[in-house]
Design a protein around this ligand. Structure first.
Ligand SMILES: [Zn+2]
Length: 91
């Protein structure tokens, strides 16, 4: 009985872990196959829309169409990435 419960909990965890490992290696292979286009989340064609807003964290100008926004004291702030938005929260 104890063994049954053990397997019920351990097996899904193991499957999840394996699935994650497989996905991660696939992603790594995909990245390796496309050099020069690493971490390019927003191509220039996408940034064409919207007006440019300054990221208060890193100082990068980012299009309001693709930026991450956060309202602070009634004014909307635009961030280039989730990292910058999180950084602003901490500061
Ligand atoms: Zn930024």
């Amino acid at each position: 009985m104890i063994r049954f419960f053990f397997l019920r909990f351990l097996l899904p965890l193991l499957v999840l872990f394996l699935l994650r490992a497989v996905l991660r290696s696939l992603f790594a292979a995909f990245r390796a196959a496309t050099p020069g286009r690493t971490s390019e989340r927003t191509p220039p064609s996408v940034q064409a829309g919207g007006e440019l807003k300054k990221d208060p964290v890193c100082g990068t100008y980012v299009s309001s169409a693709v930026s991450l926004t956060r309202t602070v004291n009634g004014s909307v702030l635009h961030f280039c990435s989730k990292e910058c938005r999180d950084k602003y929260r901490v500061a």
